[in-house]
Design a protein around this ligand. Structure first.
Ligand SMILES: Nc1ncnc2c1ncn2[C@@H]1O[C@H](COP(=O)(O)OP(=O)(O)OP(=O)(O)O)[C@@H](O)[C@H]1O
Length: 337
């Protein structure tokens, strides 16, 4: 079997604010793989570790354990900009207002990576910039204007043009569409999807809304407190989320119909009802981090860390799917059949 383009094994990132404060395990044993041309979504609530994971993959944040292999090479301890892998990694951040230098024209912003990576002549760079602008849906004369002349959606198109200018193998999009209105967001997802398909470019798409991720990703990784709760094909997870946390997350995506939205809110409250198990500690050190909010938690959830249980073509880190621990494994098997 060939190695995936990106192979992440048991990655951990721990932050320590000062020597006196306790540490935060922002990423806690995350494993995932990404093939060329594949779009993988990373989804989770605020604080679940999505951005830290993205930053660690980019070499902007130091990992404390585990490994990152990119293009067949171990890049775990290499910083951004000094990666020895011959493969190209680019990023699109959430805020197109701060990620584009306001003092430079769009042409100058786009020519920088071309000069750094490609060593192009000015003429060749100019025609490549025109081509890139047209590809992302902007007029060629946009190159003479400054970022302030564009709307949020147009600026994000410029950021995407900058990312794809060097023909990356992988683009990490960190909440790249979250600041945009629904219609602009949908257009941006469509653009990213078609760019990925035509260039065999892999995309790691980080977002907090499962429905947004589902609109673009082939597979999805659900994070909670730095751990992978569920991972598998996007369509299957959206149609029948198995982990109690994924179910609650699915109910957080807004729907247009107010009555349906009210009903989803009610079901979400139920899905996040506190555990009925009597416990002394708040967040279990050794058990499942979701146990305190999980209405289905049982004693094992507080005492042992769930393993990645294979359920069809996905994995679910929940004792309810562990044949040796679940109170009613037969019921679960019927539920997932
Ligand atoms: N530089 C830092 N120093 C200390 N703790 C940090 C730092 N950056 C993030 N954290 C903590 O790490 C955890 C994960 O944060 P992270 O920003 O990766 O989550 P996220 O899922 O991207 O959240 P959001 O969607 O709000 O951006 C949080 O508890 C956060 O408070």
């Amino acid at each position: 079997m060939t190695e995936p383009l990106l192979a992440v094994e048991e990655l951990a990132v721990t932050y320590r604010k000062s020597w006196r404060s306790s540490s935060v395990r922002a990423v806690d044993g995350v494993s995932l793989g990404l093939n060329s041309g594949e779009i993988v979504g990373v989804v989770g609530e605020s604080g679940s570790g999505k951005s830290t994971l993205g930053r660690a993959l980019l070499g902007l944040t130091k990992s404390t354990a585990g490994s990152i292999r990119f293009g067949g090479r171990d890049v775990t301890h290499e910083r951004a900009g000094s990666r020895s892998s011959g493969r190209v990694l680019q990023v699109v951040f959430q805020d197109p207002f701060s990620s584009l230098n306001p003092a430079r024209t769009v042409g100058s912003i786009l020519s920088e990576p071309l000069e750094m990576h490609g060593g192009m002549s000015a003429d060749a760079a100019n025609s490549k910039i025109r081509e890139l602008l047209l590809r992302v849906g902007l007029p060629a004369d946009a190159m003479h204007r400054y970022p302030s002349a564009f709307s949020g959606g147009q600026r994000q198109r410029i950021a995407i043009a900058r990312a794809i200018s060097v023909d990356p193998d992988l683009v990490i999009c960190d909440e790249a569409t979250s600041a945009l209105d629904v219609v602009t967001q949908a257009r941006m997802l469509e653009l990213l999807g078609s760019l990925s398909a035509e260039r065999r470019m892999a995309v790691l798409f980080i977002a907090h809304d499962l429905a947004v991720v589902a609109a673009i990703a082939h597979r999805v990784v659900v994070l909670y407190q730095g751990r992978v709760m569920e991972q598998g094909p996007c369509r299957a997870i959206l149609a029948s989320p198995l982990h109690p946390y994924t179910r609650a997350l699915e109910l957080s995506s807004p729907v247009p119909d107010p009555a349906a939205q009210r009903e989803r809110r009610r079901r979400r409250v139920e899905a996040l009802a506190a555990s009925t198990v009597e416990v002394s500690q708040e967040v279990p050190e050794v058990g499942c981090p979701f146990a305190p909010r999980c209405p289905e938690a049982f004693s094992a959830c507080w005492t042992s860390r769930p393993k990645d249980n294979a359920v069809g073509d996905r994995t679910v880190a929940c004792h309810l799917y562990d044949a040796d621990l679940a109170p009613n494994p037969e019921n679960r098997r019927n539920e997932t059949a």
